[in-house]
Design a protein around this ligand. Structure first.
Ligand SMILES: [Zn+2]
Length: 201
């Protein structure tokens, strides 16, 4: 059956699912037909969860992590170490590091990695905000925890050069993260070891 012969609401939802990452046409169809079999309440609950996400989730204007408050619960937690800022690419990386329970400092989320080939330039990342943040309240250490990929490495180099004049110690997660890997997929043990074994950068 082609999209043209489908009832419009079905074709529309298949098209919407198809815009999501990792969802191919087959999966988009499967999800749509699965929802057709669900009760109206279940479909409403899913729709409400999607709307809630856009209405209630804010970006913290200090660390640029996502949450329900600005500043976020990590930035305002008085028990956390304010002398350390861990710089990550994505909000999911914060989750991965929090899961280890090893790190008790602050974060800074760049929202991407430096990749001019893909059109992601320095100004698309929250680097200027980090430099300003460090100038306003210099920490003892900035831990660069970008991914072990070509883009993550390029981002780390850029951060080092932008932070050089601040005089703050910049460290990088230890080797041990598989080359080419995203931080969010690293297991807790590997990530804890990488964090504990960080070195000057
Ligand atoms: Zn925050």
């Amino acid at each position: 059956m082609t999209a043209q012969t489908l009832a419009e609401p079905i074709a529309r939802l298949i098209a919407e699912f198809g815009k999501l990452p990792t969802i191919g046409p087959k999966t988009a169809q499967r999800l749509t037909y699965f929802l057709l079999r669900q009760s109206a309440e279940e479909a409403q609950s899913l729709a409400a969860a999607i709307l809630d996400l856009k209405e209630k989730i804010l970006t913290c204007n200090t660390c640029f992590n996502l949450g329900t408050h600005d500043p976020c619960h990590i930035c305002t937690d008085p028990t956390r170490d304010r002398q350390r800022i861990c710089v990550v690419e994505e909000p999911l990386d914060v989750l991965a590091l929090e899961r280890t329970g090893v790190y008790r400092g602050q974060y800074h989320v760049l929202h991407g990695s430096f990749s001019p080939m893909d059109g992601v330039l320095e100004d698309d990342l929250r680097i200027r905000e980090l430099v300003r943040r460090v100038a306003d309240e210099p920490p003892e250490e900035i831990i660069v925890a970008t991914n072990a990929t070509v883009e993550g490495e390029a981002t780390a180099n850029l951060l080092r050069s932008r932070l050089q004049s601040s005089g703050v110690q910049v460290t990088r997660l230890a080797q041990g993260l598989p080359i080419g890997s995203d931080l969010e997929y690293a297991d807790d043990y590997t990530l804890s070891r990488a964090l504990e074994g960080r070195r000057d950068y």
